[in-house]
Design a protein. Sequence first.
Length: 203
Amino acid sequence: MNEKFYSLPIEKQRAIINAGYRVFSQNSYKNSPMSEIAEAAGISKSLLFYYFHNKKELYMFLWDKCAEITIEWMTQYNCYSQENLFDSMERGMRAKMEIIHKYPEMASFTIKAFYEKDMEISAAVQESYHKYFNFKADKARINFDPKYFIPGLDIPMMYREMYWASEGYLWEMVQRGDVDIDQMAEDFKKLIKFWKSIYQRKE
């Protein structure tokens, strides 16, 4: 835990976090100067280094903060306690809209970081990602009740198919260089509706 950083008022913490998300989401890791992040946060570069010893430490702090914020809001919206997968996904969409209001650039940063190729941090990002993904997946799978799905459905395979489709979508967004959060939300709503039409048991 970064005690120096967490001793700051919440609004100042959020300003630094959002500045980091903004700069890192607009550039590669290598081309994101700490001076630009400090300027965007309204603090001096030396003060930013007082809170974070180097750029990698800040980057990984921001990456882990994404997971922490997401899990916190998903828990508040009871996304992990739903028996119906699609109810959980729809609650998740609402939770993520709340996150976007508080951290507008977080989603763009997350996508950018996931596909970052800089060897200094890519391995650490991937290791952290799989730890958090397995945590969320395991919590969700515990509550997947087969009665909500069509008979005989391979639920783990369905879950993986949704994951692969989502990852493919995010990859396409990154390749286009245009991460439109509103469009993403609309597209995922359509995906959820489509998956429900295929996999959900009819009343």
